[in-house]
Write a protein that binds this ligand. Structure first.
Ligand code: ADP
Length: 256
């Protein structure tokens, strides 16, 4: 009887250890899979601009008699692909650091009105030069502790998108106010809007609604993942809503 009890206890312990290790391995396996997906996507995204540059350089090399105009066109295209590679690698580095403890959030008490006016003034100017109207409406009486560098980066990401995905004649309105002890910043554009299906994925790394169209707009599909990380690092929330009658609103809520 004693031997049998030992055998049963041993079998039970074996099953228990197997079950516990499976459960505790789950998050590790998930993180590993995410890392794997990130590397796959990154390699894929880097390969396209690199093959464009390679193709253009090879043609220039094998056709030295090409006209200056053809050569200039090849250089312009290669340059725009190099810029794309640059922004891709910068964004990838930011995201890679965000997953580790390498990036600290350093909050400082900030006067939101003057901060936002400073960050947004180039966009107001850009809007007045093109046919897109950029307006800012801030009503935040108290100072709020934010990581200025990161919130600046967040506003740049949201404003670049708002202008990128709208047409001439559209407008972008930024509002900031305090609501239920929270700072609420909204960037509302009257651009092309986002489909219900795309809304589920836009914060995913490398997601782009229209891949071919977005190559023209120079998107990398990483901007909103970075925006999401910045907001989460401030213990806040970011939401995407439909603007009426058309367009998109990104609503950021940060605890005071
Ligand atoms: P991208 O670099 O492609 O702009 P993002 O991560 O910033 O990548 O955005 C992901 C996708 O979400 C974009 O490709 C675009 O399809 C959509 N998107 C983001 N902002 C807007 C906006 N203001 N209006 C319409 N679509 C948007």
């Amino acid at each position: 009887v004693l031997i049998w009890s030992f055998i049963w206890a041993f079998i039970f312990a074996l099953f228990f250890a197997y079950f516990v290790s499976r459960q505790s391995m789950k998050p590790i396996l998930r993180a590993w899979q995410q890392q794997q997906d990130f590397v796959n996507n990154a390699a894929h995204e880097l390969r396209t601009p690199m093959s464009v540059i390679q193709g253009k350089l090879e043609t220039m090399l094998t056709k030295p008699t090409a006209t200056v105009r053809d050569q200039s066109e090849a250089i312009i295209l290669s340059l725009s692909e190099v810029r794309r590679l640059n922004s891709l690698t910068n964004n990838m580095l930011t995201l890679a650091k965000s997953g580790s403890n390498m990036t600290k959030i350093e909050k400082e008490k900030t006067d939101i009105k003057s901060f936002l006016m400073k960050v947004l003034s180039p966009y107001i100017e850009m809007g007045s030069l093109s046919d897109k109207k950029v307006t800012v409406d801030v009503n935040v009486p108290q100072e709020v502790a934010i990581d200025r560098k990161r919130i600046h980066q967040l506003m740049v990401l949201l404003m670049d998108n708002a202008l990128k995905y709208s047409d001439d004649g559209d407008s972008v309105n930024v509002t900031a106010k305090v609501e239920k002890k929270r700072l609420v910043i909204a960037v509302a554009d009257t651009g092309r809007g986002i489909s219900a299906e795309a809304k589920k994925h836009i914060f995913d790394r490398f997601y782009r609604e229209d891949k071919t169209g977005n190559r023209k707009t120079g998107g990398t599909g990483l901007g909103l993942s970075i925006a999401d990380w910045i907001v989460q690092a401030h213990n806040g929330k970011i939401a995407v809503l439909d603007n009426k009658p058309k367009g998109t609103i990104f609503r950021v809520t940060l605890p005071l």
